[in-house]
Design a protein around this ligand. Structure first.
Ligand code: CS2
Length: 496
């Protein structure tokens, strides 16, 4: 297929033969692969993470694990995959080094609103043993601070009225599970950055089923559907026109789904499946009885630092993570948040060198080959802050141990929500559908102290347990400093 406008050949089954010899190809017969996994959420993260682990299982000769991809929002990804025979390339990059491969593990790409019957049929298919999901934190209709169902979520509200025509992740999953033979066990593997993501998804589905389809309730507790927890890790920036153009130059073909990501990848999975599963350990996944220490360490240290880089970086006009890390003011603050303020709060997995892990994170954030936009990480703050920062902050405050830079990062986020502009007056988009109620509270407040009090009292993000008054006072002071002197003043006011 040749794009009429650009005259460049698109990646497909037949054109793939023209890829440079250095690009690794699927080492198995794609036509012989049978569907064994349904995946919800076809974004870049899935394609660079779980799909790649599965690719290696297929290459090992076990062809039971083809992926039926499902996307719930927008048809672009499903259409683009279909136009490329579900093929795409991944290029792993760090500094000057890069390594490309063609991935064939995805067999179908369904846009759920238009292919609902096929989606539910796939979840019910007895040959399918695993459902995985990457729909982002907000895709589960959950209240971030409590992990409870967010009844104000529009798609969820729709599904509660019309569970037979679902639009939400929970609604689609529930309808598919209901259709499945109770004798056919299934494992649902949540791969989003939430604490205790397996039990959280089970609880949310239960809360949904209670209201919409009580017939599902016994199935959620009889052991036939398992919800293991997982920790997933790989930095996979969203594609940009520049990253797609670079891929085209490298490949000699147009791949609308080309991914450029870091070489690092990690997947820790609770070994609690209801039925058969792919041998993802062949691709380096770690199966363990307790994922929690890995999950907490990753959420707090990687994602917690990432969010600090994002909000400080946005205010200081730094477009990318590597660009933000090259700013000495941010670098110093982020190192202190990571090593001095967050690291002491994590229960380290046995035998793990957590300081080396921290240094490795800094090295990963420094990767100059990735254009990982701070705006991308800054999105959905109401979901992310509640998981990445607040549990650690609460623990430190309870122990009387200050976290001065983390508190400043929190103030930077609140300041962004309140002002929607950076240090130089540049406008900042919030990109957070959960933010409007909090933004309204912050903007209605007559003083910075009132704004800090209103934020800390906003239960969906900050929880229902009270925060100490001294925190509100400090946040108010930081908001004043930010308004008067920007992030320079904010970060200069903390002892070195
Ligand atoms: C990032 C994550 O966008 C974000 O919020 O912090 O996507 C991060 O890159 C991954 O969790 C890394 O595993």
């Amino acid at each position: 297929m040749v794009d009429a406008e650009t005259n460049v050949t698109r990646l497909t089954n037949s054109s793939a033969a023209r890829l440079p010899a250095s690009v690794r190809r699927p080492a198995y017969d794609r036509a012989a692969v049978r569907p064994g996994i349904v995946h919800l959420g076809l974004g870049a993260f899935h394609r660079a993470h779980q799909a790649l682990y599965t690719e290696q299982v297929l290459a090992g000769g076990d062809l039971r694990w083809g992926i039926v991809g499902v996307h719930l929002r927008g048809r672009r990804l499903a259409d683009a995959l279909a136009a490329q025979d579900h093929l795409y390339t991944i290029t792993e990059q760090h500094a000057e080094q890069s390594d490309s491969r063609l991935v064939g593990a995805i067999q179908a790409a369904l846009f759920a609103p238009e292919a609902l019957e096929k989606v539910l049929g796939a979840i019910a298919d007895p040959q399918v043993h695993v459902v995985t999901s990457t729909v982002t934190e907000k895709g589960y209709s959950l209240l971030p601070a409590t992990g409870e169902l967010d009844l104000s979520d529009a798609d969820l509200a729709h599904d509660l009225q019309q569970p037979q025509a679902p639009r939400s992740t929970l609604g689609v999953l529930a309808a598919g599970l209901l259709r499945r033979d109770p004798g056919a066990p299934l494992t649902v593997v949540c791969c989003d950055n939430m604490a205790a993501n397996g039990p959280t998804l089970r609880r949310l589905l239960g809360a949904y089923a209670e209201r919409a389809c009580p017939a599902l309730l016994p199935r959620l507790s009889d052991g036939s559907i398992a919800f293991p927890s997982t920790m997933v890790d790989r930095i996979v920036p969203a594609a940009t026109e520049a990253s797609l153009a670079a891929a085209e130059a490298r490949l000699g073909l147009r791949d609308e789904l080309a991914i450029a990501c870091e070489p690092f990848t990690q997947w820790v999975i609770e070994n609690a499946f209801a039925g058969p599963r792919p041998a993802w350990e062949q691709a380096g996944a770690l199966f363990t009885s307790d994922v929690r220490p890995f999950q907490e360490m990753k959420l707090r240290l990687l994602n917690g630092s990432h969010s600090a880089i994002a909000y400080l970086g946005q205010l200081r006009g730094r477009e990318t993570v590597a660009g933000a890390m090259a700013d000495p003011v941010i670098r110093h603050a982020v190192r202190a948040i990571l090593f001095d303020e967050l690291l002491p709060t994590v229960a380290v997995p046995a035998g793990f060198d957590v300081r080396a892990y921290g240094e490795q994170l800094i090295h990963r954030f420094d990767n100059p080959a990735l254009a990982h936009r701070t705006a991308q990480i800054a999105m959905d703050g109401t979901q992310k802050v509640a998981v990445r920062w607040l549990p650690a902050l609460r623990e430190r405050l309870a122990q009387g141990r200050p976290a001065p830079r983390l508190e400043r990062a929190l103030a930077a986020w609140l300041h962004t929500l309140r002002q929607a502009q950076g240090d130089a007056g540049q406008p900042l988009a919030l990109g957070d559908p959960g933010a409007p109620p909090l933004v309204a509270l912050l903007r209605a407040a007559a003083s910075t102290r009132a704004a800090a009090d209103a934020a800390l009292g906003y239960a969906p993000v900050f929880g229902t347990a009270p925060w100490p008054a001294c925190l509100a006072a400090r946040l108010a002071a930081h908001l004043d400093t930010l308004a008067a002197q920007g992030t320079d003043g904010l970060l200069a006011s903390v002892a070195a």
